[in-house]
Design a protein around this ligand. Structure first.
Ligand SMILES: [Zn+2]
Length: 257
């Protein structure tokens, strides 16, 4: 209980200090939010989004989960993305991984942690798809670091495939996608991929996979005759792709059983 009281006490002190420095500090921010960035990061307590990016309340729209995973089946991250891009009109979407990520480490091992094992499945795929490259890294720590980086690239690629990003790009709009890795030893953000603003750019990220096996269905734009197509036709294509994908997964599951 003592530890809990401590955070309330710290909150009082922080609010008083901010008000003293600027009496309007909270009122200005209470009126509205106009963040330029959507930050998708890990839940890890050592990587606080505003602190490591030096941003103030109102500047960063944030989504965090274990190992900064972006999955189209996750209603939470997809809702955050849609609201950030279509309503808040953020200019940048940033996926931030971090070295020493426990989620990535768990996905690289064989131990079972319960429900979270399901969540980490996409990262096991990252390890599998990049096996040729990873097998060449003999140092265990370096291999771990590399999986953290590859996971960020993979999640950027997932982002690029979402209808929200596809629609924004089809209309010639931002956001730009960025991939960062936070070094918990140095406190520094490392740029893994910067300023991805097209399907071509996202495809290049995906091509880094040594095995050449794509993460999901082929990107829509690559198969589109008319790159500015949007609306119902695009929605139909996306729906068809999801159904095709479900059929493949269903067939694989049936084989396993
Ligand atoms: Zn983590």
């Amino acid at each position: 209980m003592e530890n809990f009281r401590k955070i309330i006490q710290h909150n009082r002190e922080w609010a008083a200090a901010m008000k003293e420095a600027d009496p309007e500090y909270f009122e200005k921010r209470a009126a509205k939010q106009e963040p330029h960035y959507l930050y998708i990061g890990c839940s890890d307590s050592r990587v606080p989004a505003n602190v490591v990016t030096g941003t103030e309340p109102g500047e960063l729209f944030v989504h965090r989960n274990i190992a900064n995973v972006v999955l189209p089946s996750d209603l939470n991250v997809m809702s955050v993305l849609q609201y950030a891009v279509e309503v808040l009109d953020v200019k940048h979407v940033i996926v931030t991984g971090h070295y020493g990520c426990g989620g990535v480490k768990a996905a690289m091992g064989t131990a079972s942690y319960g429900l979270v094992d399901l969540w980490l499945q996409p990262i096991r795929n990252v390890v599998r798809w990049n096996k040729p490259e990873l097998d060449q890294i003999t140092d265990e720590q370096s291999r771990f670091d590399r999986v953290v980086e590859l996971n960020v690239l993979e999640q950027l690629y997932h982002l690029s495939e979402t209808p929200v990003i596809q629609n924004a790009w089809a209309k010639g709009r931002r956001p730009l996608l960025h991939g960062l890795v936070y070094d918990i030893h140095e406190g520094l953000l490392r740029e893994i991929a910067t300023g991805v603003d097209s399907q071509e750019g996202a495809d290049q990220l995906a091509q880094r996979r040594q095995s050449g096996v794509p993460a999901g269905p082929p990107p829509i734009m690559g198969r589109m005759a008319n790159p500015i197509m949007a609306g119902d036709e695009l929605a139909d294509q996306i729906a068809q792709r999801v159904m095709d994908r479900m059929a493949v997964i269903g067939a694989k599951d049936a084989q396993k059983k």
